[in-house]
Structures are given as C-alpha cells and as structure tokens.
Design a protein around this ligand. Sequence first.
Ligand code: ATP
Ligand code: MG
Ligand code: MG
Length: 383
Amino acid sequence: MWNSPKVGILGGGQLGRMLVESANRLNIQANILDADNSPAKQISSHDGHVTGSFKEPDAVRKLAESCDVITAEIEHVDTYALEEVASKVRVEPSWQAIRTIQNKFNQKEHLRKYGIPMAEHRELVNNTPEELAQIGEELGYPMMLKSKTMAYDGRGNFRVNSKEDIPEALEALKDRPLYSEKWAYFKMELAVMVIKTKDDVLSYPTVETVQEDSICKLVYAPARNVPDSINQQAQALARKAVSAFEGKGAFGVEMFLLEDNSLMLCELASRIHNSGHWTIEGCALSQFDSHIRAILDLPIPPKSLELLQPSIMLNIIGGATPDSHLKATEAALSIPNASIHLYSKGAAKPGRKMGHVTVTAATMHEAETMIQPLIDVVDTMRA
Ligand code: ATP
Ligand code: MG
Ligand code: MG
C-alpha cells in the first residue's frame, strides 16, 4: 500500500474540489490551501487544511510542512514560495513548469524551442499605441491582444479588429504585461488532457471545445466529425508540448484545428482542466484520478484513459440573475444520463463557472439529442 500520503493542493475551487473527490475514494488526505469554506474544503473534514492564499509565501510554507507532495489546481500561484519549499517537499508539476506556463508569452517562447506550431505573436515592451500599431502592420487585423499573466476565461484577451480599436484595447488591458497574437482562423477548437507520470506521457482522446465569449461552454468527447488521424495528431502534439516541461500530473492542452486540417497550440495549463471534466463519466479513470495517481507514482493503466462512451459536458455559468444556474440545474435533473456537478461557490456572478453537467450515451447523436433541451435553457439565461 501507499502509506496514506498527504497531498497539499494550492487552491480550493472547483478543480480542487473534484481532486478531493478522487483523493477521498483512495483514503488520501488532501490538505487545501485557500479561504475557509472554499468548495474543496467543504467536502473534506480534517484539521490539515491551511487558511490563506496560494499567493502568500507563509501560507505555502505552512502547507508544505504537513504534506508529502504539493500540487496546484491553478497556475497563478507564488512559484517563488514553491521553489523555496521544493527542497523539503515534492512539488508536482515542477515550480519551473508552473512559472513558465503561468506567463503565456514565456510559455510560448519556451514551446517554440520544441517546434510546437502556434500563432505568430509579438511582445509589447512599452504598451504604447504606436508600438501596437506597428505590430498590427506586421500581424494584420484582426489580432488578439493578450495579457501575458493572470489570464483565464478570456479575461486578459482583447480582439483588435483594426487600427481604430487600439486605444480601447490598451485601455482594457492597461497596466498588464502584453503580447499580441495573429488571428487564428480555426474551424474548430480541440483539447487534449495529458498525464505526465514518472516514466510516461499519456493522453486522453481529443475533444472538441466550444467557447462563448471566450469561456468554455461545451466539450464533445470525442471531437465530432474529426477523423482518427487528427485525433492521433492532436494527442501527439499535446504530449510533445507537455514533454517540454518538468514534473508529473495532468496538463490541459488547447489547440486550434485550422481550415487546412493543420493543428496549432492555443495554450496549455499545468493542471487539471475544464476540457477534461467529461472524463469523470466518460473514462474509467478521470483526469482527477489520474492526476492524484501521477503525482504519487501510482499505476495508471493506459486503457483506463480510453473513452468508454461518447460524452458531452456543458458548463453551468452564472447568468443574468443570481439564481440562473439553479434553474439550469433544475432542468438538468430531468435529462436522462445527466451527471450534475455543482461547485458550491455561493453567489453566482455573470460568467462565473457554477457547475457542469455531463451526458453520456451510446452514440454522440443520442447524447446531443438528450442534452439539447438543457442547452436551450442555458441559452435563455445568459447575462
Ligand atoms: P482559459 O480560460 O482557457 O485559460 P485564456 O483567458 O487563457 O483562457 P485563451 O485560451 O488564450 O485565453 O483564449 C480564449 C479563447 O479566445 C480561445 O479559446 C479562442 O476561442 C480565442 N482565441 C485565443 N487566441 C486566439 C487567436 N490567436 N485567434 C483567434 N481566436 C483566439
Ligand atoms: Mg489560459
Ligand atoms: Mg484557453
């Protein structure tokens, strides 16, 4: 047996909560560093949690004292604190990987050395209109202006359609470190969850993701109408990108499928990821199960990452009113084969991820038919 290891998790949001669900089933104690009553702490009763933030060095030090291995549900953590505690406790994935990945520009500069295809991009040094206009000349319009750091759910992106948009774009992202990306004319967005273990790099099947207002709305597993050759290429690209980083655990890799069927990396995350929630019902081992096993060097039979049944995951996102998400949940109760996951985050805000629903079926067509009424409900509740 594995001697009841204690896993420290930086962050106790919904991803941490689902990690705790997996850890609980193996009698593994997960010590959460986050505010009291955060979603992950609510389902884990013991005295090993730490109150504070994953951005506070003292709190990270305190967590390190009580754990065998430390991991993170979010990449925006204090990697200098992680670097410091790495001499005393295992940190997975490595603090170096998290530090490089949390800055999307550095992440891309790093991946470029490994020949990973991605949209052409330019760094802004002064954040001036003149500088961005010059970059616009080089990359063409539209282009996507992006914050290098603290980006999530598209908060940090601004689409610049023409030179006239430049002042508004710089105002929207002011005081943030920026880079700009050439527009990717994709026909579909794909994603692959990669699991890095002590001696292997494994991947789940390629899924299709649908973003609305830059927030993930739907995930189709497997990606619809995508030939197996592209499924295999996407998995290979994702594994290659993740291999460029040190450390164990789950990594989420987002990609664009272009008109000519070539693939381009959008970005990757050094953690369990929204595009992998479907694995809870869709595979024998979920991304959360695999992450826990990977960081503890427990076996992961590759067959357990194969798709058992076509699955569709729909995010329940805060809408126009504080209870929109509850109305969506109520509707989900009557959908056949729907597994409902609520995150217990308290009050909903527009755009906040409050939960998700996964529907599985014998065929993708059947799953689409079953989930459609719920998509209709969600669409009427948008902010
Ligand atoms: P996440 O919540 O996934 O971390 P993020 O805020 O880091 O998101 P990105 O993943 O970079 O942002 O972009 C969000 C979405 O914006 C993408 O999924 C895609 O739909 C769109 N997008 C990003 N970059 C480009 C691009 N170069 N061209 C066209 N669309 C883009
Ligand atoms: Mg991101
Ligand atoms: Mg993204």
